[in-house]
Design a binder for this molecule. Structure first.
Ligand code: ADP
Length: 479
């Protein structure tokens, strides 16, 4: 994309690198956090289940020994005590025969749906020593881990333990994770955004400088703060490239200046010779015609050379400026006066809206020259009977003067080039001109620490505005 289009490129947040990096980091964080959660969830649940099954299994072997040592009745008493001490809703014990008859049972008031199924009974009858099952307690709605184990001949001990605590623990674990997860994703996105912004800061600075340079500010450089090795390398390479371009441009300007300077003396001499031919008389009409043309061409070239040298002087800061307090209103009327006949010819009316007592500290001759160049263009490029408007106003610490015409306007692609030396618009070639007027305006305004800019719409007209620092020395300006 050409640099001059860069600042016109409308982008949404979605197009920014910082946004994409943030999205990536938040995405990677979410996937990793989910992965870690599922692994932890799986490990925790399987460890807890194993632990619980082992505990139930140990109880079967314990009570099997108890039965052979102390008999069924004592075992029943021990199981009742155990169930009561654990809590009626926490566990239960039953001793069942292999035919499914209940021989002993602890308090089953908090348990429902805990009967042994035919299938389980069949497996135990067929020689299985123990069997685990997970049931739902219809009374409480909680899961129950049930173990059937052979503890003696024709005796199966059924131990049921409520999984309520286990379910609560897992639910808590899950809830904490799903509450914390969005908070952590937001924090990760914010951290990602902050880091991406920091990382992109250097690139943005390079872009901003490139945009300024594309508008002609060749003296701009990117300030290399510590932004990381890669960005520093980019900044250094970018600045080195700018130094090189700057050198090339000023080298080219020097060559133009030198040529202009060297041509001035021989051209003046040529013009003098042609004048002598005309003033001496006695020459053939052809010779006098040639001499006349030579004078005209020399004048044109001398004007071009003098303007180029003026621009160079103003740009390099060696132009001598006789600054004084200048009344903008009277300056504009003087310039307008010079062009009133040209305006009359084209039936153009000047509308001047300039308040009194606007003062700038400037070289009145140079500022008149700049305004004259702008007015000359406005008249030159405007159509017949299209008026020209002058405005002057104070804005902050500046006095701005604008000249607006209803001419053809300037095509957008030419807007950044009109300030270049010797540049002439494609459609302006039919008019007289050197392509130096606006370069001189810009150089003079810059030498006064001011700025000049244009707003133009093709087919509608152009408005050039010069802003100069206001004269604050004796507070003559309008408040
Ligand atoms: P010149 O007028 O001699 O061509 P300038 O430096 O004064 O050179 O202007 C450069 C170019 O800017 C012109 O060739 C023209 O294309 C464009 N331009 C300047 N002023 C106007 C204007 N008021 N209306 C339309 N185009 C303009």
């Amino acid at each position: 994309m050409p640099l001059k289009k860069l600042n016109k490129f409308r982008y949404t947040l979605r197009d920014t690198m910082a946004f994409r990096l943030t999205l990536w980091s938040a995405g990677i964080f979410t996937v990793s956090a989910l992965g870690i959660f599922f692994i932890l969830y799986f490990i925790t649940t399987s460890i807890l289940s194993k632990h619980q099954d082992q505990a139930l299994f140990n109880e079967i072997s314990e009570y099997s020994s108890f039965l052979s040592l102390k008999g069924l009745e004592t075992l029943g008493t021990a199981l009742t005590l155990e169930a009561e001490s654990e809590g009626v809703g926490k566990c239960f014990f039953r001793i069942i025969s292999l035919q499914g008859e209940v021989i002993f049972s602890s308090n089953m008031s908090a348990w429902d749906n805990m009967g042994i199924s035919d299938n389980t009974l069949e497996k135990l009858q067929n020689g299985a020593d123990y069997l685990f099952e997970t049931k739902i307690n219809a009374a409480s709605g909680h899961k129950v881990r049930v173990l059937y184990g052979i503890i003696g001949s024709d005796k199966v001990l059924q131990i049921g333990e409520s999984l309520e605590d286990y379910e609560l623990f897992i639910a808590l674990f899950r809830n904490i994770f799903f509450i914390l997860m969005p908070v952590m994703i937001i924090l990760a996105a914010l951290a990602g955004w902050f880091m991406a912004k920091r990382a992109m800061h250097g690139v943005l600075e390079v872009t901003r400088t490139a945009v300024k340079i594309s508008k002609g500010a060749f003296e701009q450089r990117v300030y290399a703060k510590t932004k990381g090795y890669e960005i520093e390398q980019l900044v250094m390479a970018f600045n080195a490239m700018l130094d090189y371009i700057d050198k090339l441009v000023s080298g080219m300007k020097d060559v133009t200046d030198n040529i202009a300077h060297d041509l001035r003396t021989p051209l003046t001499r040529m013009r003098g010779n042609a004048e002598m031919i005309l003033s001496d008389g006695g020459h053939s009409p052809e010779s006098e015609n040639i001499a006349g043309n030579t004078i005209e061409e020399c004048d044109r070239l001398l004007e071009m050379i003098n303007t180029i040298l003026d621009i160079s002087e103003a740009e390099t800061g060696i132009m001598k400026l006789n600054k004084d307090s200048v009344d903008i209103s009277s300056l504009i009327y003087k310039v307008v006066d010079i062009y009133k006949y040209v305006a009359e010819e084209k039936k153009i009316i000047f509308h001047i809206n300039v308040p009194d007592r606007l003062y700038v500290y400037a070289d009145s001759i140079r500022i008149s020259q700049a305004l004259a160049n702008l007015l000359d263009n406005a008249l030159k490029y405007s159509f017949k009977e299209k008026d020209v408007y002058f405005n002057a106003f104070q804005k902050d610490n500046q006095i701005c003067i604008s000249i607006k015409d209803s001419g053809p306007g300037i095509p957008e692609k030419e807007l950044s080039r009109i300030w270049d030396r010797l540049y002439r618009g494609d459609q302006s070639r039919s008019q007289k001109g050197l392509g130096l007027g606006l370069s001189l305006v810009k150089a003079i305004v810059k030498a006064h620490n001011g700025r000049v800019f244009v707003l133009s719409t093709e087919g509608k007209g152009s408005e050039f505005t010069i802003c100069l620092p206001l004269d604050k020395r004796d507070k003559k300006t309008a408040s």
